[in-house]
Write a protein that binds this ligand. Structure first.
Ligand code: ZN
Length: 261
């Protein structure tokens, strides 16, 4: 299994998500455990890989980036009218684009509510992982998403979360604009990077199990009674940070050139 994931990781070195930006950014993944986890995850999430295998059009890219700008600015998921205003698009023009982005599992959009409900790494619902970004506190969908926020916005963040087994408090802060960890409390904290992906939606399949644990012991105790063997990876926070940086660092890195000609 390890050999298989390694070879897949090297051949599928990156998938082109939108013009000029490739995801994940393998250049930030230096730790062997992070490399193995990310490669294995890409292999296991073949459904997601298929969604990512074609390049986003300029309009989809513009809308997606606008949503990722609006989410932390507003401190909540943007509504359709707000996205339309930011992108200078009509509501009728926007709806098919939002459906397409949902089809690619880049976000979930509630058409009846007229609002995005979550867009990785953030959710509008209360989650276990609260991320302080500038003046805002946002909810992240999972531990790796929380760790990727700093790299995505090129800002330091602090995370308040809790052990997925005992609910003990876990706090993490970054330095170097999200590229490194400043402190981890408790020092024994670990991350479980779950590889299950189903139903075309990470938020409802793997995200709930990608979590912090206060110690290896509590991760083990959580894993033991699972009905099926869990497919996933145990990472130190600095290894999980590399995975988060690889996934979210490229998203806002390249300026969009504007709507389709
Ligand atoms: Zn615990």
């Amino acid at each position: 299994m390890i050999e298989a994931t390694r070879s897949l990781g090297s051949t599928m070195s990156a998938v082109e998500l939108h013009p000029g930006v490739r995801r994940p950014d393998w250049s930030v993944v230096t730790r062997p455990a992070a490399r193995e986890a990310l490669g294995g995850r890409i292999a296991a999430r073949s459904g997601l890989l298929a969604k990512w295998s074609t390049t986003l059009g300029k309009t989809e890219d513009l809308v997606w980036r606008s949503i990722m700008d609006l989410f932390p600015t507003l401190g909540r998921p943007p509504r359709v009218e707000e996205i339309a205003s930011a992108t200078k698009m009509s509501r009728d023009g926007l709806l098919p684009v939002l459906r397409e982005l949902q089809q690619r599992d880049l976000l979930v959009f509630d058409e009846a509510m007229g609002s995005v409900t979550h867009a990785y790494p953030f959710t509008g619902s209360k989650s276990r992982h609260r991320v302080r970004l500038g003046e805002r506190t946002l909810n992240a969908l999972c531990a790796v998403d929380a760790l990727g926020v700093g790299a995505m916005y090129r800002q330091d963040i602090s995370i308040e979360s809790s052990c997925h087994f005992c609910n003990a408090e876990i706090r993490i802060a970054t330095r170097r604009n999200g590229a490194a960890l400043a402190n981890v409390f408790p020092a024994s904290a670990v991350v479980w990077y779950d590889a299950v992906y189903s139903g075309g939606c990470a938020a409802t399949s793997c995200c709930p199990s990608i979590a912090f644990f206060c110690s290896d012991d509590h991760l083990r105790q959580w894993l033991v009674p699972r009905a099926k063997p869990q497919h996933g990876y145990r990472l130190w926070p600095d290894e999980a940070l590399e995975v988060g940086r690889a996934l979210f660092g490229p998203v806002l890195a390249t300026p969009n050139t504007g709507p389709d000609d």
